[in-house]
Ligand binder design. Structure first.
Ligand SMILES: CC(C)(COP(=O)(O)OP(=O)(O)OC[C@H]1O[C@@H](n2cnc3c(N)ncnc32)[C@H](O)[C@@H]1OP(=O)(O)O)[C@@H](O)C(=O)NCCC(=O)NCCS
Length: 153
């Protein structure tokens, strides 16, 4: 697999505008720059950027509190798909919270993301009807339990 990524690093505010531009290319209901700034200022939230030099080519936002983590947002630049960026970002988040149960929502039609999550141990937990807009669509809730013996009591 081709790996162009030089590093994954915690996103500082200077990189958030690049991430916001990528977000607009990737989603029909994108987060605003302010959404990313708010996430960056939340002590329970981590934002990781995948960098090719100084250029962000992917990002992931993860909220974690009380042993439960949520993948709030993840994307790879459309020009750099299928290069392992999404997997690297997801593995970074999972490794950062080895004792957490992970949750996320994904559009039913998003076969790429669903395959990525399944490959990393996420399983379907249920459906959230009409969760998404533009277009309206159900969300699948997915969970990846902490590896045996590591979960919070
Ligand atoms: C989902 C997304 C982040 C995957 O990122 P990526 O960097 O292209 O994914 P990777 O190259 O790391 O792929 C890892 C695995 O995911 C699965 N996968 C990724 N893209 C896929 C596709 N188009 N079709 C089927 N499986 C796919 C495969 O299992 C793949 O492993 P493989 O390449 O060894 O077969 C990317 O498609 C994306 O940014 N989509 C738009 C934003 C989005 O939908 N985010 C998720 C919101 S819930």
């Amino acid at each position: 697999m081709m790996r162009k990524i030089k590093q994954i690093r915690s996103a500082d505010t200077s990189i958030l505008s690049q991430i916001t531009a990528m977000e607009q290319k990737c989603f029909s209901d994108p987060w605003s720059l302010q959404n990313f700034i708010d996430a960056a200022e939340n002590a329970c939230t981590a934002i990781w950027a995948a960098l090719d030099g100084e250029t962000a080519v992917g990002y992931l936002v993860c909220f974690c509190a009380a042993g439960e983590a949520e993948i709030c947002n993840i994307a790879a630049d459309p020009e750099h798909r299928r290069e392992g960026i999404g997997a690297l970002l997801l593995e970074t988040a999972l490794a950062a919270h080895p004792e957490a149960d992970f949750y996320l929502e994904v559009r039913v039609s998003n076969t790429a993301a669903r395959a990525l999550y399944e490959k990393h141990g996420f399983r379907e937990l249920g459906i959230r009807p009409d969760y998404y807009e533009n277009p309206r669509e159900n969300a699948i809730i997915m969970k990846r339990g902490a590896p045996a013996g590591r979960s919070h009591a």
